[in-house]
Design a protein around this ligand. Structure first.
Ligand SMILES: *Cc1c(COP(=O)(O)O)cnc(C)c1O
Length: 521
C-alpha cells in the first residue's frame, strides 16, 4: 500500500522489496464488478413477505477473483511470524513446537467431525479421550478432580476462584479478599476482581519470591485465599509454596495456583503435594497445543478433594454399565448437587484435548519429565550466556526455571528495552516479552522452551549480544529499529488508544491518525 511503508519496500516502484511483499487492505483491492463465482441472474420479483427487506443499495463488499483472494491472504500470512518460522521467545507464553502427530490425531474424523449435541452413544471414543486426559492431568498434578470445560488460562482461573467461593459459602464463611503477589500475571487480579473479591498485593522478597512473612501477617478471617503463580513470572520456583499453603489453610483460606508455567515442573513436582486447592493448566502451553493470535486455548482446572464437589458442569462420568456419559444438569445425587454451575455452553475444546493427550502419550511420563528438564536447561543456558551483557536481577539467587529475566539496568542512557526488542525483529526473531513482570525495571523475559536446539539458542544469543553491544557503542540506528520490517516503529500506544477500525469514509472518527502518521518513524 506504500502509504505507511518506510522500510526497504518504499524504494521500489511496486512497493515490494525482493520477495517481501506489500499488501493493500482488501477494501482497497476489491473494485466492484468482478467476482470469483457465477451467480444466477437476480430474480426480478421478490416474494411479497420479504419485499420490504429487499436491498436497495449495493452491499459494498470488496469483490475479488479467486486468485486475487488467495494471493491476498497468502501475502498477509507472510507478514506474520510463527513458531513454524523461528523461535518465539515470549516469556510466560510457552510458545513451543506443536508436533505434527498432534495435528494428524486431531483431524481424525471421529474427533474432528463430531457435534456437541450428538447422541452420547455415538461419541464414546471422544469421551474416552477426555476421560484419559483428565486422568493424566490428575496424576501429573496429584489432585483429586479436574474441570475440563474452561476455554483458556484466564477462564480456568475464574473456574477455580468460583469453586473456592462456592466452598467458602457452603460452609457459611463468605470472605472478601484475595491476596495476589506483586509479580502476578495480570489475569490473576482481574479474575479475583471479576469474581467479586477485593484484591490486595503481597510484596516480593529481594530474590523475586513471595514474602512469606508479609503474607502471614496479612492473613485473617477476611481473606478467602491467595492466587500464586508457581513457577512465578520472574521464572523462579516459589520454594515456600508448602509453607504458604499451610499458613493460608490455617487461617481458613484456600490456595489457587496459577499453573500456566507448569511446563517447567511437569513430571517433577505435583502441586497437590504443595497444598494447592485449585490450579489451571494451559494445555496450549505445557501440552503443546498451538496458540497465539486468539486461537483456541484450553484451561482445565485441577481441584483438591475439598473443592471437587463444587466443580462446574458439564463433566464426563462413567456409569454402572461402563459407558461414559456427559453430566449436564445439577440435581440428582450423582450430579454434584454442590456444583457452582456452568461456565460454557458445551463441554470443551475437543481439538485441544486430542492434541494434548497425543502429546502426553507420545512422550510418556519419562518424556514429560525430560520436557521440564530441557526447558529449564535451555532457559539457564540463555541466562548464563547473556548475564554478562544484560543485567540479570535474580541470577545470583541460583538457577532459573523455564524463563530468563533481564532488566534494562545495563543499557546505556537513551537506550531502552524497546530498542532491543525492535532490534530483534531486524535480526529475524520475534521479540521476547517486554516490560513484564513489573517488579523489574524494563523487564525482558525470555522463554526458549525445550523445543529449541542449542544451535538455535546460539543464534538468538548472538543476536542479543550484538544488539546489546550496538546500544553500548551508542549506535543511534537502533533507536529507530526495525529497519527491515514492512512497517517501522509504530506509535503503539496511539494505535491501541485510537484504533482505526474503518479504513476510510464516514466511520473514521475525527482526529484518528492516518496509517502514515502512526507508521512513520
Ligand atoms: C498465559 C498465562 C495466563 C493466561 O492464560 P490464557 O490462556 O492466555 O488466558 C495466566 N497466567 C500466566 C502466568 C500465564 O502465563
Amino acid at each position: 500500500m506504500g502509504e505507511g511503508g518506510t522500510g526497504p519496500a518504499a524504494k521500489t516502484a511496486s512497493g515490494d522489496a525482493g520477495l517481501a511483499l506489500e499488501e493493500a487492505l482488501i477494501f482497497e483491492l476489491g473494485g466492484t464488478g468482478k467476482c470469483g463465482v457465477d451467480f444466477d441472474e437476480e430474480p426480478g420479483d421478490v416474494s411479497p413477505s420479504l419485499a420490504k427487506f429487499a436491498r436497495k443499495a449495493p452491499v459494498d463488499l470488496p469483490s475479488l477473483t479467486e486468485p486475487e483472494a488467495v494471493r491476498h491472504y497468502t501475502r498477509l500470512s507472510r507478514q506474520n511470524y510463527a513458531i513454524d518460522l523461528g523461535p518465539f521467545p515470549l516469556g510466560s507464553c510457552t510458545m513451543k513446537h506443536n508436533p505434527r502427530l498432534n495435528e494428524a490425531m486431531a483431524r481424525l474424523p471421529g474427533f474432528a467431525d463430531i457435534h456437541p449435541l450428538q447422541p452420547m452413544d455415538t461419541v464414546q471414543g471422544a469421551f474416552e479421550v477426555i476421560e484419559q486426559l483428565a486422568n493424566w492431568l490428575c496424576k501429573l498434578t496429584g489432585m483429586e478432580a479436574v474441570a475440563m470445560s474452561p476455554k483458556a488460562g484466564a477462564h480456568g482461573e475464574l473456574c477455580g476462584i468460583l469453586a473456592i467461593r462456592a466452598a467458602l459459602e457452603a460452609r457459611g464463611d463468605a470472605r472478601e479478599v484475595i491476596l495476589v503477589p506483586e509479580s502476578a500475571h495480570g489475569t490473576n487480579p482481574a479474575t479475583a476482581a471479576f469474581a467479586g473479591y477485593r484484591v490486595e498485593n503481597i510484596p516480593a522478597t529481594k530474590d523475586g519470591r513471595v514474602n512469606l512473612q508479609a503474607l502471614r501477617d496479612r492473613l485473617g478471617p477476611d481473606v478467602a485465599g491467595v492466587m500464586i503463580t508457581n513457577p512465578n513470572t520472574c521464572g523462579l520456583f516459589e520454594r515456600d509454596m508448602k509453607a504458604i499453603s499451610d499458613a493460608v489453610h490455617a487461617a481458613g483460606g484456600l490456595v489457587y495456583c496459577d499453573g500456566a508455567n507448569f511446563n517447567a515442573i511437569v513430571g517433577k513436582v505435583r502441586p497437590g503435594d504443595l497444598g494447592v486447592d485449585a490450579m489451571h493448566i494451559n494445555l496450549h502451553k505445557t501440552f503443546s497445543t498451538p496458540h497465539g493470535g486468539g486461537g483456541p486455548g484450553s484451561g482445565p482446572v485441577v481441584l483438591s478433594e475439598l473443592l471437587a464437589p463444587f466443580a462446574p458442569i458439564p463433566f464426563v462420568r462413567r456409569d454402572e454399565k461402563g459407558r461414559l456419559r456427559m453430566v449436564e444438569e445439577r440435581g440428582a445425587k450423582e450430579h454434584l448437587p454442590q456444583t457452582f454451575g456452568r461456565m460454557t455452553a458445551f463441554h470443551g475444546q475437543m481439538g485441544m484435548f486430542t492434541r494434548a493427550l497425543t502429546y502426553m502419550l507420545s512422550h510418556g511420563v519419562d518424556g514429560l519429565r525430560q520436557v521440564a528438564e530441557d526447558a529449564v536447561l535451555n532457559a539457564n543456558y540463555v541466562l548464563r550466556s547473556l548475564e554478562g551483557d544484560l543485567d540479570a536481577p535474580f541470577a545470583d539467587a541460583g538457577p532459573c526455571m523455564h524463563e530468563a529475566l533481564f532488566s534494562d539496568d545495563n543499557l546505556p542512557e537513551g537506550f531502552s528495552t524497546l530498542d532491543i526488542a525492535k532490534g530483534l525483529i531486524d535480526e529475524g526473531f520475534h521479540p521476547m516479552t517486554v516490560y513484564f513482570p513489573l517488579v523489574v525495571h524494563g523487564a525482558m523475559l525470555v522463554e526458549p522452551t525445550e523445543t529449541e536446539s542449542k544451535a538455535g539458542l546460539d543464534r538468538f544469543i548472538a543476536s542479543m549480544k550484538s544488539l546489546t553491544a550496538r546500544a553500548k557503542a551508542g549506535d543511534e540506528s537502533l533507536k529507530s529499529a526495525p529497519h527491515y520490517a514492512p512497517r517501522r516503529r509504530l506509535d503503539e500506544t496511539r494505535a491501541a488508544r485510537k484504533p482505526v477500525l474503518t479504513y476510510k469514509g464516514e466511520g473514521v472518527p475525527p482526529g484518528t491518525p492516518s496509517l502514515s502518521e502512526i507508521g512513520g518513524s
